[in-house]
Ligand binder design. Structure first.
Ligand SMILES: NC(=O)c1ccc[n+]([C@@H]2O[C@H](COP(=O)([O-])OP(=O)(O)OC[C@H]3O[C@@H](n4cnc5c(N)ncnc54)[C@H](OP(=O)(O)O)[C@@H]3O)[C@@H](O)[C@H]2O)c1
Length: 317
């Protein structure tokens, strides 16, 4: 397993991470334990959850699954929700962390992230409240999620001005099908020492190639549910066909390409694919052993018809 320093911090995260929004929903406790134990066995240490996943059950199941293994994993959780005013406020954060610590059955969270920006709360209040948690020892590092580049920069400056803890990671949707973070967010992250944590790296499983055009999705799979309508369209299948050709030419599967391509981006910290089975963990860990060269990355962009335009503002420092 390859490990990387996350942003400008002392946190060493496994490049293959584990997403857990299936836990407490489509994965029961036994399935959760099987996935988490496999992750630990193969050296995957970065486990991403949120107070909202499975309405708290994801954290609770993870807490049970890591009993006796706390030192082998880094727990990262998130508080708040989309469009919920006040979730960046001091009271909300304090209560949320208290709940997460209990459910995760731990006395510290390795990284705590704000799940969505909260425009109703001054960012200065959010950063101070988060810093208090770091100083109290409840939380080791801070991150954000779904922030635009300007919101990330505003937060980092609020922390800098107050001499308080900055964000070291930014979690955003990023995959071979959704690359807009490359325009503004990634250059801001590079400049401010923030690692990018791509979420939905497999586009909900679509990029593994297990969904075929004009065929009904296998029952029980993620995209057989409501999310399928968004991903299973002609445009995505056309892109998938090009990606599959590229992957096969390099003796890999398209799922391996999806994860290895993200891991090959220097600004990416950990790739948190949401596995539902131990075999998927093994496959996803194996995938990131493929290091795409600069030529491979360029050839892939050309095959996909993506312009060779560099990141806006250059790669920063
Ligand atoms: N910050 C945010 O707002 C936010 C939003 C979304 C997600 N996240 C985080 O990011 C994580 C990853 O995103 P995601 O779970 O939405 O999407 P994802 O990782 O792109 O896809 C997850 C799905 O892919 C399938 N899968 C995984 N590994 C596979 C393999 N080796 N072979 C075949 N299928 C495989 C599983 O499908 P089946 O269920 O069919 O087995 C799983 O449900 C989440 O779990 C969560 O921790 C964060």
């Amino acid at each position: 397993m390859e490990y990387r320093t996350l942003g400008d911090s002392g946190l060493q995260v496994s490049v293959a991470g584990l997403g857990t929004n299936n836990f407490g929903g489509r994965c029961d406790l036994e399935q959760t334990k099987a996935v988490v134990h496999k992750a630990i066995e193969v050296g995957l240490n970065f486990i991403d959850t949120a107070e909202s996943y499975g309405r708290g059950l994801s954290e609770e199941f993870i807490g049970k699954a890591i009993e006796g293994h706390r030192q082998e994993v880094l727990l990262t959780t998130k508080f708040g929700g989309r469009g919920k005013p006040g979730t960046g406020g001091r009271s909300y954060i304090k209560n949320a962390v208290h709940g997460s610590l209990q459910r995760l059955n731990t006395d510290y969270i390795d990284m705590l992230s704000i799940h969505f920006p909260d425009p109703s709360t001054p960012i200065e209040e959010t950063m101070r409240a988060l810093d208090d948690l770091v100083r109290a020892g409840d939380v080791r590092y801070l991150g954000c999620s779904n922030f635009a580049a300007w919101q990330l920069v505003e937060a980092e400056w609020a922390a800098k001005t107050a001499h308080s803890s900055p964000f070291i990671a930014s979690q955003n949707p990023y995959s071979l099908l959704q690359r807009n973070v490359e325009q503004d967010l990634a250059p801001a992250c590079v400049k401010y020492g923030v690692g990018v944590i791509p979420y939905s790296p497999l586009a909900g499983g679509f990029l593994t190639g297990k969904y075929r055009q004009n065929e009904a999705p296998t029952e029980g799979t993620r995209l057989a549910g409501g999310q399928g309508a968004r991903q299973l369209n002609d445009d995505n299948f056309a892109k998938l066909a090009k990606l599959e050709t590229f992957a096969h030419e390099h003796d890999h599967t398209v799922g391996e390409l999806a994860l290895a391509w993200l891991a090959s981006q220097p600004f990416v910290g950990s790739v948190i694919a949401g596995a539902t089975k131990p075999e998927q963990v093994e496959e996803n860990v194996r995938a990131i052993e493929w290091h795409l060269s600069a030529e491979d990355m360029k050839a892939l962009d050309e095959a996909m018809g993506v312009g060779a335009e560099p990141m806006r503002g250059g790669p920063g420092r």
